[in-house]
Design a protein around this ligand. Sequence first.
Ligand SMILES: Nc1ncnc2c1ncn2[C@@H]1O[C@H](COP(=O)(O)OP(=O)(O)OP(=O)(O)O)[C@@H](O)[C@H]1O
Ligand SMILES: [Mg+2]
Length: 306
Amino acid sequence: MQKDTAIQVEKLHKSYGKLTAVQDISFSVRKNEIFGIVGPNGAGKTTTIECLEGLRSPDKGLVRVLGLDPQKNRRSLHERIGVQLQESRIASQIKVWEVLDLYTALYSRTVDYKDLLEKLQLSQVRSRFYSRLSGGQKQRLFIALSLINDPEIVFFDELTTGLDPQARRVIWDLVREVNESGKTVVLTTHFMEEAERLCDRVLIMDHGRIITLDSPENLVKKLGAEHKIIFSIKGRVQIESFNELATVEKVSVFRDKVTISGKDQRLLADVVNHLIERRIPYYDLQTQQPNLDDVFISLTGKEIRK
Ligand SMILES: Nc1ncnc2c1ncn2[C@@H]1O[C@H](COP(=O)(O)OP(=O)(O)OP(=O)(O)O)[C@@H](O)[C@H]1O
Ligand SMILES: [Mg+2]
């Protein structure tokens, strides 16, 4: 295992009876990377992550996390990784600070959780019973618990499911901060925007197999999807001349809306220059760039199921 490798997976295979959840997948995660796993429901994300955390035993294949075998070295790995489970269950008649104290006692090295509560905006509910927390507060508590032992690698399974857009942004900032402090982050998400904004690399899986693995930028580039420039015009305007531009592949008009598409990054500059040169009156100009959603739909043939 190379020095800068945090996680190494080779031909990992896991079945539940007749159902094969993960089929011979291989990948590695670099130290200090934010690594995302995305895929439709049932793709095998949680199964994969749980094999890395030592919570599930693989049927076949090799898994090394910080150089350790999660099955054989579970105890020492437990001290060095943080785990936010997709479904965490905590007794309802226990207070927030009690859960934190309990988790603190499980590790030999811990951080002071006051800072975590502050950052996760949970300080005001520290004396509340777990059962009285909102879904989003519970989610943030699980994130706090996953960071309590100051782990080298932290696993977030469905990082922001159930959170409102504002809370999601708070978590994104926190994940970036966690990463900047030197930790490796492995996360699963159903939000392509989240994967695109946060992750250095994204692994797309479906039916237990890896479909692709690359940086969000490269995935979008490889897709070769179209950029679109959309603007409105008033009255009779000659727009055929746009076809003369080298970067333009298609011009279409619907009512007063013109859509110009092409794959070249210079399309926007060309179109705007042309509008100015020809003195074409336009308004409401917008651009549509291809994103990870387009990549996902193109590769899995489906919209991501939440
Ligand atoms: N304990 C289990 N026993 C039997 N089958 C299971 C078990 N856990 C998962 N599965 C099945 O294995 C497959 C992969 O499940 P997994 O939970 O890994 O998917 P996932 O990608 O995390 O899905 P989601 O997006 O819904 O969380 C699914 O078909 C699921 O029904
Ligand atoms: Mg899952």
